[in-house]
Design a protein around this ligand. Structure first.
Ligand SMILES: C[S@@+](CC[C@H](N)C(=O)[O-])C[C@H]1O[C@@H](n2cnc3c(N)ncnc32)[C@H](O)[C@@H]1O
Length: 230
């Protein structure tokens, strides 16, 4: 379904608003990743793979102030990609952005290897261990040797009290900004549909996929972020 510019603006603002409640420090997270990529890539031309590019926040956060970076984004959601495309245009990035509806498996066979990659808030939507592993292996495959990768995901031992406590805190963020109690209770049930695995298991997946020098650099509520190298 095609959305007009007003609808896309509203959807983009709604997505950003929600992300900022759900992940306290969401904007700082993108600044930290930008700093990491800058430190690794220097001032050269660089191609960046964005897995889960829907919403376009990677594009608006990193595209505007890094004119030598170009971006290839994959995302299966047509609606989320429309928002990303809208944002790319608003930020004057169209000539440096390619968006592909699909997963990383839909990258053209001729795609050259990337200088950096990110996969932010995607892994927990992938159900099975083997599928998570395949995704990370595929990202590793798409990177030039030694190049940086950032993974951000929800984490937690399913059914542990520790995770339940963090979910209560996450719910309280939404209550604090005025979401109705009943809606927040439903959100607490819905969040359990995502595929939680522990932080140690996420690090194991990264190692099994071939990534090295794995450093956890971010923790916020339900989510954590790791930087590493192909
Ligand atoms: C919560 S959004 C995160 C978007 C963006 N990375 C951000 O941090 O704002 C999750 C996105 O992952 C996408 N997604 C789900 N499964 C995916 C997959 N296998 N490969 C790539 N993207 C996927 C969804 O369509 C959605 O747009």
């Amino acid at each position: 379904m095609k959305n007009d510019a007003t609808q896309l603006l509203q959807k983009s603002q709604a997505y950003e608003h929600n992300a900022r409640i759900s992940v306290p420090g969401y904007d700082i997270l993108f600044s930290m990743i930008q700093a990491y990529f800058r430190a690794q890539l220097g001032v050269h031309q660089a191609s960046i793979l964005i897995v889960g590019a829907g919403g376009g926040n990677e594009l608006s956060a990193w595209g505007q102030f890094n004119p030598k970076w170009s971006f290839t984004g994959v995302d299966p959601s047509e609606e989320m990609l429309q928002i990303a495309s809208y944002k790319a245009t608003q930020c004057g990035l169209d000539s440096r952005v390619q968006l592909i509806q699909g997963t990383i498996d839909h990258l053209p066979a001729t795609t050259r290897k990337f200088d950096a990659a990110s996969c932010i808030l995607v892994l927990h939507f992938i159900e099975q261990w083997q599928e998570k592993l395949a995704l990370l292996q595929n990202i590793h495959e798409q990177l030039k040797p030694g190049k940086p990768f950032v993974l951000v995901s929800a984490y937690g031992q399913r059914d542990s009290e520790e995770l339940q406590d963090r979910i209560k805190i996450w719910q309280s963020f939404f209550l604090d900004v005025g979401y109705p109690q009943a809606k927040v209770e439903d959100m607490g049930k819905v969040i359990m549909n995502i595929s939680f695995i522990s932080d140690q298991q996420i690090e194991q997946l990264l190692r099994e996929s071939g990534f090295q020098h794995i450093t956890r650099f971010f923790t916020s509520g339900l989510f954590a972020g790791w930087m590493c190298h192909a």
